[in-house]
Design a protein around this ligand. Structure first.
Ligand SMILES: Nc1ncnc2c1ncn2[C@@H]1O[C@H](COP(=O)(O)OP(=O)(O)OP(=O)(O)O)[C@@H](O)[C@H]1O
Ligand SMILES: [Mg+2]
Length: 420
């Protein structure tokens, strides 16, 4: 039967979702150890979890699959009911105007007592239904002790707070106090905090006081094989096939950030469908996809790039050096996206066709991390041991496309640089 290209393009958007967190286990790739760390915290009394990492690394997606994973592990038999232990697992998203108390009001609103039994969800009109706050005679001014008392009566429950970094420091501190209290009283419930941060100290106030009570789940950037799994899932669901060099190119350009794997994967399927070459997706399709993705990139990305490389000298090397940095960033597989100056030597030598040393480009790296060149790079560490990363990861694929478009490298050369 001939492939229905229109149908393929429609179905592709259900598998590749660059801007929507994953909600089902079958589309969730990798992250097994991190998921198990959260599940262990759920199953151990006195232990709670903090999920943290860079923006866009997959924190919400991980938090979303906690509930189905916990249910599946409560009773792994194929005939088990959806939620065998009847657990209450609720999640909310904090906003900048939330307080400690208002976050808990939101969480508790998602729990209903039906004939005195707590159930996750809101059931208007259900007989025997009472709201949790009503049942406990509490107003919205909830204290740490109020919360402890309420959730002591909801055994095995899990409370997930996403975007925790948006709260004011005073509210964050109350969460630390709560976790300490729950742990001291051996309450059989788990609090899971989820937020953007490179370190636990920046997210959890006074974290030293609760180190033994929290499982620190750092989400590093995804590994190449985990990103490859996103493509494999798509291949299975859509009946398509990425050639090896096409898949490698997508994975490298994504720099460990799943958003880009989804974005470029989706564009590549569209390109191959438009050209009637699907179900095979080739490296050429991925290059066109990259071009489309960068053309649609935000103006801010574009501006950052042009500000970084601008020069009145024809033979200034900013463009080449930024390209070499992008190659280094795409290859290093650092948990936080950093690369070292020494990682720039090889790609820059290959781009310029002559051997270079760090001294050749050191001042350019400093310039890239200053305001005049738009802070395109962010610098970290001590003098002599600096590390760099792109502030806006979208500048990386943009740099690749710009280099091809401006004849700095051709497509084959770029693919060779990336695939080492
Ligand atoms: N394990 C995964 N497998 C497949 N796709 C993933 C996975 N994790 C994240 N994604 C995809 O990556 C993108 C970003 O994920 P998500 O929104 O979960 O990240 P985040 O860390 O919560 O982002 P933010 O910091 O903006 O809140 C989404 O498109 C999501 O579908
Ligand atoms: Mg999120």
């Amino acid at each position: 039967m001939p492939l229905d290209y229109e149908d393929l393009v429609t179905r592709a958007t259900t598998v590749f979702q660059p801007r929507t967190p994953i909600t089902t286990r079958d589309l969730f790739a990798g992250r097994w150890n991190e998921l198990m760390a959260v599940v262990d915290a759920v199953n151990q009394i006195g232990l709670h979890a903090v999920i943290y990492g860079e923006r866009g690394v997959g924190k919400t997606s991980l938090a979303n699959v906690v509930a189905p994973t916990v249910y599946a592990m409560d009773d792994p038999s194929p005939t088990a009911p959806l939620n065998p232990k009847g657990r209450v697992i609720v999640k909310t998203v904090a906003t900048t105007s939330d307080t400690f108390a208002s976050v808990w009001v939101k969480l508790f609103k998602d729990i209903t007592l039906i004939d005195d039994r707590p159930v996750a969800g809101f059931f208007p009109g259900q007989k025997g239904r009472v709201s949790l706050l009503e049942a406990y005679g509490l107003d919205s001014n909830l204290s740490v002790d109020d919360i402890r008392r309420v959730i002591s009566n909801i055994p095995n429950s899990v409370f997930i707070v996403d975007e925790f970094d948006r709260l004011q420091p005073a509210s964050m501190k109350e969460f630390t106090d709560l976790i300490k209290t729950l742990s001291d009283f051996s309450v059989n419930s788990t609090v899971v905090l989820v937020g953007v941060s490179d370190t636990i100290a920046n997210l959890v106030a006074d974290h030293a006081s609760i180190v033994r009570a929290i499982s620190q789940v750092f989400l590093r950037r995804m590994l190449p094989i985990e990103l490859r799994k996103i493509l494999t899932n798509a291949e299975e669901k859509l009946g398509i096939h990425f050639t090896d060099d096409a898949a490698r190119l997508i994975v490298h350009v994504s720099q460990g950030l799943p958003h880009y794997t989804h974005l470029i994967g989706l564009h590549a399927v569209r390109v191959a469908a438009d050209a009637y070459t699907a179900p095979t997706i080739s490296r050429k399709d991925v290059f066109v996809a990259l071009d489309r993705a960068t053309t649609q990139a935000e103006q801010s990305t574009r501006n950052r790039h042009s500000r970084a490389i601008h020069s009145s000298h024809k033979d200034a090397l900013y463009r080449q050096i930024l390209l070499a940095c992008a190659v280094a960033a795409a290859q290093e597989q650092d948990p936080l996206g950093y690369f070292t100056p020494s990682a720039v030597i090889e790609p820059l030598s290959a781009i310029l066709g002559r051997l270079v040393e760090i001294a050749t480009f050191n001042s350019h790296l400093s310039a890239f991390s200053q305001l005049e060149r738009g802070n395109v790079l962010e610098r970290d560490g001590q003098p002599r041991a600096y590390r760099f990363r792109f502030q806006d990861p979208m500048v990386v694929p943009f740099t690749f496309m710009d280099a091809v478009a401006n004849g700095i490298v051709d497509e084959d050369h770029l693919a060779r640089l990336l695939n080492d």
